[in-house]
Design a binder for this molecule. Structure first.
Ligand code: CA
Length: 235
């Protein structure tokens, strides 16, 4: 990264903001801070951070709701979000990811782990080379503009779903196991569980497949997932 990445920390506990700022700056990041959801949404639109570190427990609007709103607004939709939470429950974790978070860190965490996770998410969400275009089975990916269309309809995708789809479309018809997808899309050094892949596949399908449309992602039982070579091959 030529310019130092800007991380927006959204947390109401000032001591934790100080700790996060210290460790992130020490790791070479620039840091901005917001103390509630509204301030966060304003700052994301204005300052365009490279990543948002979002606490679940915030006054007024919960981190979960803030994440939902980030994903809903076109101008903030693509920003990577890492949720911070004291909730270790698996169902909460899945809920966080389903809301659109790219990763999830449970408190208490070590500064080293935090920095490693932030770096991993930044690495996999970095924009690719300009004017690349992928087109298969009615799905068009404009990699430079980060846009996806299916049969002329714009498909809004979060950063992880975008990279998943790109990976599938670069290898049409090829079946990838969850483990292979984790390596290719999340990166080898992340702490993501295989079940996370299913969550993002579900989100990708939901976004891609309109009412009555053929599912272009194929589930291959006990093997993994593939992008169908032709739309009708998935039927
Ligand atoms: Ca908090």
């Amino acid at each position: 990264m030529t310019e130092r990445a800007l991380i927006l920390v959204v947390e109401d506990e000032l001591a934790l903001v100080t700790m996060l700022r210290y460790n992130l700056e020490k790791a070479g990041f620039r840091v901005a801070a917001a103390h509630d959801g509204q301030e966060a949404l304003t700052l994301i639109a204005e300052a365009k951070p490279d990543l948002v570190l979002l606490d679940w427990m915030l006054p007024n609007t919960s981190g979960l709701e803030v994440c939902r709103q980030i994903r809903r607004r076109p101008e903030t939709r693509d920003v990577p979000v890492v949720m911070l939470t004291a909730r270790a429950e698996e169902s909460d974790r899945i809920r966080g990811l389903e809301t659109g978070a790219d990763d999830y860190i449970t408190k208490p965490f070590s500064p080293t782990e935090l920095v490693a996770r932030v770096r991993a998410v930044l690495r996999r969400t970095r924009p690719v080379a300009a004017d690349d275009r992928l087109e298969r089975a009615g799905v068009v990916m404009d990699l430079a503009r980060h846009r996806v269309m299916r049969d002329g309809r714009a498909i809004p995708l979060g950063p992880t779903e975008f990279r998943l789809l790109r990976h599938f479309m670069q290898h049409p018809g090829r079946v990838f196991s969850r483990d292979q997808l984790l390596d290719a899309v999340w990166g080898r050094d992340t702490y993501v569980e295989e079940r996370t892949v299913d969550v993002h596949i579900r989100r990708l399908r939901k976004a891609l497949n309109g009412e009555g449309e053929v599912d272009v992602i194929r589930t291959v039982r006990s093997a993994g997932y593939a992008f169908a070579l032709e739309a009708n091959a998935a039927a």
